[in-house]
Write a protein that binds this ligand. Structure first.
Ligand SMILES: [Zn+2]
Length: 335
């Protein structure tokens, strides 16, 4: 029996499992070109394909050290049930972050009204699915949707997840429509609170970062996806200086490896700061596990086992294992 070390399982706080099928297939276009390919795939998927495909993707996540996934889902209600069934079959804990999508995208993403959305959410809850409220973005949700969703999530004590500030164009459009930047709009509409997780925040300015800190909200960073899509550099140091909690997500699933997300996160911070050790190893491990669980409203979640006899840990002293995991190992190190 190989020697192992137990760690709190990694928490994948932001996944779109269906996008795993795009791996290796979309190089050549910009973000919006990638989005067109993604929409075409999303439009074509059947419920059965979702169920079968997600079992595989969730299996890959478990093998990579993630024991929980927050599935940010916008493919429809039957497919939400299929995602929950797939997670149960694969053996991963799932929180279904059901996306509210009022406009744009493609037809299957959209609900007719907030009331329709809440009916879908209630149906999932009644079926025993753990859920979160997820206005897709300020692009996809008009102001009155945001107001109602913020109210509902607070009243029900549910986590609220929302994409924001990933691309400069989204900010320009939000300024044109509302005279506010995305996180300013989320704050004004009651969507920014201690149970909120903002996904990306790549281009958040100083005022928006202050709003996050004032609200006690978290940010979910998805460095491998943000790199692949050319989003920009996450403001890691600025978030840490303000005490904003950070968690991680595999997002587009172009890569599924929590250690790589954390290494990349610290790598971004070091390159931008021009120094080493911006975030401590223990904080990085906390971002990878505890903060993600808190973002999904979980108090307990399964551990993961590290194979201490893995070649990437050969010659590493016991007290250095955590640092060697973050800086010198990939997901294959998990037993
Ligand atoms: Zn996303």
């Amino acid at each position: 029996m190989a020697e192992t070390l137990s760690l709190p399982g990694f928490v994948n706080a932001h996944s779109h499992a269906f996008q795993r099928a795009l791996r290796g297939r979309t190089e050549g276009g910009d973000f919006w070109g990638w989005r067109d390919d993604m929409l075409e795939l999303a439009a074509s998927l059947t419920t059965d394909q979702v169920r079968k495909g997600y079992v595989q993707v969730y299996g890959e996540m478990l093998g990579a050290g993630y024991t929980v996934v927050g599935e940010f889902h916008y493919l429809g209600l039957a497919e939400a049930h299929a995602a929950a069934d797939a997670a149960a079959e694969a053996g991963i804990e799932l929180v279904l972050l059901l996306a509210a999508y009022g406009r744009g995208g493609i037809e299957r993403f959209r609900q007719h009204s907030v009331a329709d959305y809440l009916l879908q959410l209630e149906e999932l809850r009644a079926a025993g699915v753990r859920v979160g409220v997820a206005p897709h973005s300020v692009r996809a949700c008009p102001r009155d949707w945001l107001e109602e969703l913020g109210r509902y999530a607070a009243a029900e004590g549910l986590p609220l997840h929302v994409h924001a500030d990933e691309q400069a164009r989204e900010i320009e459009e939000c300024l044109a429509e509302h005279g506010l930047r995305p996180l300013e709009l989320l704050a004004e509409t009651g969507c920014l609170g201690p149970s909120t997780t903002v996904v990306h925040a790549t281009h958040a300015d100083a005022h928006e970062l202050d709003l996050l800190a004032d609200a006690g909200a978290r940010v979910c960073l998805c460095p491998t996806t943000e790199a692949n899509l050319g989003d920009g550099f996450a403001p890691v140091q600025e978030l840490c200086e303000r005490g904003v909690g950070i968690c991680i997500g595999s997002d587009s699933n172009v890569r599924i490896d929590p250690l790589e997300e954390l290494r990349e996160l610290e790598g971004i911070a070091r390159r931008r700061a021009g120094r080493r050790n911006v975030v401590s190893v223990s904080s990085l491990l906390c971002f990878g596990a505890d903060e993600g669980a808190a973002a999904l409203g979980l108090e307990r979640w399964p551990d993961v086992e590290v194979d201490l006899e893995h070649p990437s840990l050969a010659g590493v002293e016991p007290e250095d294992v955590h640092a060697a995991l973050i800086f010198g190992s990939s997901a294959g190190v998990f037993a």
